[in-house]
Ligand binder design. Structure first.
Ligand code: SF4
Ligand code: SF4
Length: 325
């Protein structure tokens, strides 16, 4: 376990223990279905009182140190800018590839670190949270590594909230730009209303790691995800394969370092798909008691700055050699 990480203890006394988050997420289920958000949520669509772990989420938000709480408040204030008026007479889109390039150029101008485009489809929707858009622009906001290596302590928690604040601002600015082109668009700075991971993977900004978070070739897992939903027609990106999956198969770093041993070492069946998965019911107490934790994403070797490209090259060469032998 990470040397400066407090050990796991189970201090929460629910009178009625909430329905298992793993069941809500569909762990062990071969059936495809749309889950409800088990923890973080806005109460939009599904009433907040119906969210099984909402009380623990409230505890999490209210028990953060003031500096972390303040970053969170700034993020909430920023998210009021998520939507706005749309310019009349939309520009005509005859070349979706050129449009995608234009949006990505704008994203870079706004300082966005990672950007990819995919469909907003059934797999990206929580139950009763379907928004009237066709496309999702996925955004990655890189966090300060010096702060994040201090997880699960205050500097890291503050940096996570700052990451969401910056991601919210960038998503809202990009959405406003699209609306200025005459197409409806809305920023989603924090992923409470969207099942973001499948979209982030499909958009090519990263692949799923054993720790249940995204890994990007350039920044490892040291980034936050935000989104813009829109109807603006754009060419879609594709998932990437840079060798992180191969690496995860033989690496156990996050499994060993997770204080409550919440990370499965093998893939699990989740709503009809075999994938890496974190035991929600084990993680969430530690996560809530330690300001969002973040240990697993920061101990991941891909998160070490400058490591990803060489690691990727090594893994892809190793795979090629195995195929040719
Ligand atoms: S720490 Fe290792 S096993 Fe865990 S996600 Fe990173 S590369 Fe994969
Ligand atoms: S965030 Fe959850 S899964 Fe990751 S190290 Fe902390 S407790 Fe474990």
């Amino acid at each position: 376990m990470k040397p400066n990480a407090p050990p796991a203890k189970y201090a929460f006394a629910y009178k009625d223990v909430p329905y298992s988050g793993n069941k809500i997420n569909g762990l062990g289920s071969t059936e495809k279905f749309r889950p409800v958000p088990p923890f973080h949520n806005t109460g939009r669509g599904v009433g907040r009182e119906e969210i099984p772990w909402a009380a623990l989420d409230t505890f999490f938000n209210m028990s953060n140190p003031w500096t972390v709480f303040w970053e969170n408040i700034k993020g909430l204030w920023e998210r009021r800018n998520a939507a706005g008026p749309v310019t009349r007479d939309p520009i005509e889109v005859t070349d979706p590839k050129a449009m995608a390039d234009q949006i990505k150029t704008k994203a870079k101008e706004l300082g966005i670190d990672l950007v990819g485009i995919t469909l907003y489809d059934d797999d990206s929707q929580y139950r009763e949270h379907a928004f009237p858009y066709k496309y999702a622009i996925m955004i990655g906001t890189v966090m300060n590594r010096d702060a994040m290596v201090q997880a699960p302590h205050t500097p890291a928690a503050k940096e996570v909230m700052r990451g969401y604040l910056v991601g919210s601002k960038r998503a809202n600015k990009l959405a406003a730009y699209i609306r200025s082109l005459g197409w409806q668009a809305e920023g989603y700075g924090i992923g409470e209303d969207l099942v973001q991971h499948p979209m982030a993977i499909a958009s090519g900004i990263g692949t799923l790691g054993k720790h249940g978070s995204l890994i990007s070739r350039e920044y490892g897992s040291n980034f936050r995800i935000s989104s813009v939903l829109t109807d603006l027609p754009m060419a879609l990106d594709k998932p990437v394969d840079f060798g992180a999956e191969d690496f995860c198969i033989s690496c156990k770093k996050c499994v060993i370092e997770c204080p409550p041993s919440a990370i499965f070492d093998t893939k699990q069946m989740v709503r009809g798909v075999e994938k890496w998965y974190v035991d929600f019911d084990k993680c969430i107490y530690y996560f809530s008691d330690h300001m969002g934790c973040s240990i697993c994403i920061e101990v991941c070797p891909w998160s070490e700055p400058g490591t990803g490209p060489s690691l990727s090259e090594k893994m892809l060469k190793r795979r090629e050699a195995a195929v040719n032998s």
